[in-house]
Design a protein around this ligand. Sequence first.
Ligand code: OSB
Ligand code: MG
Length: 375
Amino acid sequence: MINVKTIRLREIRLPLREPFRISSGIVSERRILLLELTDASGVTVWSECVAGEAPNYSPETIDTAWVAISQWVAPRVIGREFAHPGEVHDVLDKDFRGHNMAKAGVEMGMWALAAEQAGLPLARLIGGTRETIATGISLGIQSSPAALVQKAREAIAEGYRKVKIKIMPGSDVQFVSAAREELGPDAPLMADANNAYTLDDVDHLAALDALDLMMIEQPLAWDDLVRHAELQRRLETPVCLDESITSLDRAIDMHTLGAGRIVNIKPGRVGGFGPSIAIHDYCQEHGTPVWCGGMFESGVGRAYNVALASLPNFTKPGDVSPSARYWERDVVTPEWTMDASGMVKVPLDQPGIGVTVDMNRIENLTARTATVGAA
Ligand code: OSB
Ligand code: MG
C-alpha cells in the first residue's frame, strides 16, 4: 500500500551554465519545484515538477503548479491508500483538467515510494530493461551558423549520440545545413522548432528534407495534430511530436491521423509515469519509436527520466544529458555522468531513484517551502 502522509514543496533557483534560447523564449536560471513525499511509515522520497517560469512551453508554470499541487493534487492523494502507483493518475485526472506537470510531480513520487517499498530500483519497478541509456544534447538557438557548428562539433566529440538543434524562422535551414556540411553525412542531427512555423512554411521546411535529419520536432502549434498530419504528408523527414502529446489519447490521435512518426515522451507533460508507460506501450505495439525528452531537470527529475528511458521502446537517444551540461554543480549525489560513447548508467544498485539529495546545498538554494498534510 502506498499511503502519503505529507508533501513538502520547495522552490530552488539553479543558474544554468549558459542561457538556453528556444523559439518561444529564453531561460538562464531555472526555478525548480522539488517535492518531498513522506509516507505513513516515515519513508521520504524526492520528486520534481518540471514546469518552467513562463507559460511558453505549455500553459503551466512553476507558480501555477505550486497552487495546483497545494490546493488540489496533494489533498487528493494524502491519506488515501493506493495498492499500486499505476492507480494514481486516474484519481488525479478525474474531473480535474490539465495541470499535468503538477500531477506528474506527485504521481512520479508515488512510483518512487512504491520502489522503496518493493526494495527495487525505480527502473526495475516499471519494467525497464536497459542498463545504460543513449544520450543526446539539445542545443539552443545560436548567434550564427558558425557558433552552432562549433557547439555541435564539441557535442559529437564528447560522445553524444544525437544532436538536437533548436530552430526558428531566420535561424533554421542555413544553420542546420552548416552543421550537416561540417559534421558529415553520418552525424545524428535533428531539429526542434517548438511551434515556430505554420503550414504556410511547408516549402521552407521541406528544404530540411535534403539534410537527412533523424526527425523534426514539433514544427507547428503546440495543440495541433491536424496540421501536423498535413505537414507530415508533405515531408520525408519524420515529424516527432513533443508539446502536442499530452496524453495517451493524443498519441493514438497522432498515429491515427499520421500527424507524426516518432514521440518525445516527457513524463511531466503527460501527467506522470502511468501515462508515459501507456504511451510507450501503445507506440511499441504500433511500431512508433519513442525517446525521453528533457525540461532542464535537476538531478532529481533526471533520475525519473533515466528510469523511464530504460524501457525497451525508448530506441532513440534522449535529451537526458549529464549534470555538467546544465549546472556548475547538481543538487544530487552522485551527479549524472555520461561515458565517452554517450551512455548514462541506469542506477540499479539501490532501491528508489538512485541518487541522494545534497541537503546543505538544497537549503542554500531554497527560495520558499510549504507543507501539505499533517506533520
Ligand atoms: O522542446 O524539448 C524541448 C527544454 C525546455 C523546454 C522545452 C524543450 C527543452 C529542451 C531541453 O529541448 C532538453 C534538455 O533538458 O536537455
Ligand atoms: Mg521539444
